[in-house]
Design a binder for this molecule. Structure first.
Ligand SMILES: [Fe+2]
Length: 305
């Protein structure tokens, strides 16, 4: 079970080294660069917010490698977050002076992903970490009565090579301004995008047809959840129901629980999550010749556009 606002997965992708070599090759021999291959970078400057260079990764990295990364990421998101919609990544480059101001991406997805192709351990620059603000910042909280500063309010997540970081898109975040190098191969290089729910999905013995009546029942219950809890809570609870061959829910795995109280006077969000699980525990499925795993993203509050 995870209520963490961000997750870190090291050694994510076997294609990382090949992708990185393609980037190094792209920037090698600058006196031989050609317009159609190299004039592909968008200098993205939004005053007080974004300063970095970005492109579509397949303009720099062979498409089969980018596709392999995307497939791996989609499988990881389905397995660990219970979510199936993953945007195509941007490839972004940060050299001296680049960074991201504080913002959130509440309307862009449930989670953001950042996959690093930065040679972090050999870096000659300062900054470049992903800053992820703590959930309680900006809310009335007894902890804030005490004096705090700097990293008491946020975590700085290093961009280690071949590391995937996902964080709740609602959380205030940024990239610490980078100083120390103008060489693109020495800078911060990341692929990034957003993740959201694509609906309920099932794996295992029960056929799609056999699941239809129970999925309809679940859909009606989820609608009631939105009506009951939606005004007071916001976020996504991602569940995986383990259904035995006799049709009973044998176990509920909470993949992630990012339901937060909209109002501090509400009962704790964990009680809402527990109440939702309690209902799912009593669902009855048809019998089958083996187990079935049903992944259910439960969304409360304003839906994504
Ligand atoms: Fe962002």
């Amino acid at each position: 079970m995870s209520r963490e606002r961000y997750l870190v997965c090291p050694n994510f992708c076997p294609e990382a080294e090949a992708m990185r070599q393609a980037i190094d090759q792209h920037f090698a021999e600058p006196d031989r660069h050609q317009a159609h291959l190299h004039q592909v970078w968008n200098y993205w400057y939004v005053p007080d917010l974004y300063t970095y260079l970005r492109t579509e990764p397949e303009k720099v990295i062979p498409k089969p490698l980018v596709d392999a990364f995307q497939q791996r990421l989609q499988a990881w998101c389905a397995q660990y977050l219970g979510l199936t919609e993953v945007t195509r990544p941007w490839l972004s480059l940060y050299v001296a002076g680049c960074g991201q101001g504080l913002h959130n991406d509440s309307r862009n997805g449930r989670w953001a992903y950042v996959f690093s192709l930065t040679r972090w351990d050999q870096r000659q620059f300062q900054g470049g970490e992903t800053l992820v603000m703590k959930d309680e910042v900006g809310r009335p909280n007894p902890r804030l009565i005490e004096a705090h500063a700097g990293s008491s309010f946020y975590d700085l997540v290093p961009s280690h090579f071949n590391q995937l970081v996902v964080f709740d898109d609602r959380v205030i975040h940024g990239v610490r301004p980078l100083q120390g190098t103008m060489d693109p191969r020495e800078g911060r290089l990341v692929m990034h995008g957003h993740i959201r729910e694509g609906g309920i999905f099932a794996q295992g013995a029960l056929s799609r047809e056999a699941l239809v009546p129970v999925l309809q029942e679940m859909g009606q219950y989820l609608e009631r959840c939105v009506t009951t809890y939606g005004p007071y809570y916001h976020g996504l609870l991602s569940l995986r129901l383990q259904v035995g061959s006799q049709g009973r829910v044998e176990r509920i795995h909470i993949l992630t629980d990012r339901i937060l109280e909209v109002d501090r006077n509400c009962k704790p969000a964990t009680e809402v999550s527990a109440a939702i699980c309690e209902v799912f525990k009593h669902l009855s499925f048809p019998q089958a010749n083996g187990p079935t795993y049903i992944t259910v993203p439960v969304s409360l509050g304003m839906p994504l556009p």
